[in-house]
Each structure stands twice: as C-alpha cells, then as structure tokens.
Ligand binder design. Structure first.
Ligand SMILES: NC(=O)c1ccc[n+]([C@@H]2O[C@H](COP(=O)([O-])OP(=O)(O)OC[C@H]3O[C@@H](n4cnc5c(N)ncnc54)[C@H](OP(=O)(O)O)[C@@H]3O)[C@@H](O)[C@H]2O)c1
Length: 305
C-alpha cells in the first residue's frame, strides 16, 4: 500500500520505514562506536546494514510487506542504525530480497556479498588459476570466499588462523594458505604466478599479492583490517600489468539485487551457519567497540525480537 504525503514528512517522500529483523555488524560500526567517525556517530544506535520488512512506503516500487536488505545511507553514522529496529531510510539504501533467501540469510551475506559480486565482475573470466581471498576467517573474507567458490571459481583462502581451514573447505574453497609472516609479506622477491585475482580485506597483504598474482591479474582492494598505509611492489604491478581496484558496497539497488540473487541461487543452506555467529542484542554496543576481538568467527549476527 503506498503512503500519502500526510504519512511521511515532505522531505521523507523518497523514504521507506523498515522494521529490521536481523543485523550483521560491519567494520563501520566498529569505527563509529570508537569515535573514528566523530562524536555524533559514536552516540547513535549502531548498524550500517540489516534485513527486515517494509512497514510504510511512499516509493512506487517498494511496498508495505516487502522483505528488504538495507545498507549505507549514513545508517549508524548520521542517523540511528539498523539495531534501532525501526528506521526510515532513503529508497537508494533499500534493495528487495530475492525469493529463496530468508531475512536471516540476507543479513548474513549482506554487504560482503555485494562487494564480492562487484569484485567478481572485475576479475578475469578465463583464468584457470584460483582467486586468493585474504582475512578469510573474518566476516567479509569468509563471505567473499564462499561467494566466489559457490559461483564456480577456484578459491585459495588465506588466514592467520589455520584452525579455520576446515570450515572454509566446507564452504567450498579449494585450498588454504596460512598468512605468511610479516617478513615474507614485505619481501622483494617475486612469487610464482599463483592467482588470477585477489580479494584483500587486510591491506597489509597487498605487497605479497602483487608479487603472487599472475600477468593481467586484478586485485580488489576492499579493506584495511591490518592497516591503511601499505606497501605494494611497483615493479610487479608494472611488469605484470596488474589492476589494483578499490571496491565497495556503494552500488546501485539493481546491482545489489543481482548480488543477492547470486547468493540465493548459489549458496547452500548449510553455508549460512558457518558464515556467522550470533550475539545477544544486549551486547551490541560492547561488541561493536571490540569488533577485532570477535575477529576470525565470520559475521557477527544480531537477531532483533
Ligand atoms: N569495501 C567495502 O565495502 C567493505 C565492506 C565490508 C568490510 N570492508 C572492510 O574489510 C575489512 C575487514 O572487515 P571484516 O568485517 O571482515 O572484519 P573482521 O571480521 O574483523 O575480519 C578481518 C580479518 O582481517 C584479517 N586481519 C586483521 N588484521 C590483520 C593483520 N594485521 N594482518 C593480516 N590479517 C589481518 C583477519 O583475518 P584472519 O584472522 O583470517 O587472518 C581478520 O579476521 C575492514 O577494513 C572493513 O572496513 C570493506
């Protein structure tokens, strides 16, 4: 049912009101909760992404009762985030969840699946070599590794934590490499042509990746969990014509819907429990402040009553 002007204020006419059922905490929530995005963001309810049901809509293609995924639009940074449970967001932050994907599953796949879909669209298609995914025990790396593997790509997952090799293999990755020691990460020697492409959430592994991705390869620069002022091997980038491309989830609603359709089509039902761990809603603020303390266990999911 569409809304009338009397239901939403005039400046909210391109907005929808959403009841959020599931939130997955995002690194931005950690940055906001710890004051890196300013005092206003630190005081807001956390939650840059989530999945729920539309309560009210003044937007033509979005109706009351639609199941939607919401992200960005200043959520948890300029206005209360998804853990506030009822939020009003611009239509540009909303994408319908495709058939076959539950609210919980959509929240778990969430932003990392949007970023992975963007990266995959940039990767060489004719490559026999695997795609490397770093930080693969964490939230973004784990979903991205699954996204590529379930889309039929060979994946080598990389993590400092060898204990997560088994779970990553159950999520479809072919191979596991323990993250090399810092000396090797920042060495000068070229490695073998191991990968056709890479998805890096760590920042600190860029040098090593530039030395181990094959001619014409693509490195999707997607995160900075280990630091943001990092080395690359310029000779390697130059001689192998590598592309280092920043990729984020600021994509169109149509592109988000395409990404979630791939999740609905390719992921297996059992994957989702391996991709996230759930926390009590009462613990959200504490966990958001100590996000790295939850590192290595996939996405941090919050079910709202
Ligand atoms: N581009 C985008 O739109 C987008 C979307 C979501 C997230 N991100 C970014 O992605 C990054 C990770 O977010 P997340 O939610 O996945 O966090 P997370 O769950 O904490 O995972 C980060 C992982 O990075 C690895 N890591 C951390 N510090 C490291 C270090 N010093 N050296 C090597 N590896 C290290 C760890 O993996 P192992 O323990 O497995 O080694 C860790 O589990 C953040 O920078 C975030 O801003 C970007």
């Amino acid at each position: 049912m569409g809304m009338t002007q009397s239901d939403l204020s005039e400046n909210a006419l391109d907005c929808v009101k959403v009841r959020i059922n599931f939130v997955a905490l995002n690194y931005r929530d950690y940055l906001a909760a710890n004051g890196f995005l300013g005092p206003k963001a630190a005081a807001l309810a956390p939650g840059n992404e989530g999945a729920g049901v539309i309560l009210e809509s003044a937007v033509r293609d979005l109706a009351e009762g639609d199941c939607v995924f919401v992200n960005s639009g200043g959520l948890g940074e300029k206005s209360n985030g998804t853990t506030a449970a009822e939020i009003t967001v611009p239509a540009s932050s909303v994408c319908k969840i495709p058939a076959g994907l539950t609210l919980r599953q959509a929240a778990i796949a969430g932003v990392p699946s949007l970023v992975a879909a963007e990266a995959l669209s940039l990767f060489p298609t004719d490559a026999d070599l695997p795609v490397a995914v770093t930080g693969a025990s964490g939230g973004t790396g784990r979903v991205a590794a699954t996204f590529f593997a379930r889309a039929g790509r060979k994946v080598t997952a990389m993590s400092r934590n060898a204990d997560c090799a088994d779970v990553l293999k159950r999520l479809g990755v072919n191979d596991f490499i323990q993250t090399p020691h810092l000396d090797e990460l920042n060495a000068d020697t070229f490695g073998p042509d191991r990968f056709s492409a890479a998805f890096d959430v760590t920042g600190v592994m860029l040098n090593w990746l530039t030395r181990n991705v094959a001619q014409g390869g693509v490195i999707a620069v997607t995160g900075f969990a280990g630091g943001h002022q990092n080395q690359i091997n310029t000779i390697s980038v130059l001689l192998k014509c590598l592309a280092l491309i920043g990729v984020n989830a600021g994509i169109s609603a149509a592109a988000k819907a395409r990404a979630l359709k791939l999740v609905a089509r390719n992921f297996q039902a059992a994957d989702f429990n391996l991709l996230a761990h759930e926390i009590d809603p009462a613990d959200v603020s504490v966990v958001a402040r100590n996000f790295p303390g939850h590192s290595g266990r996939g996405r941090i999911l919050v079910g709202l009553a």
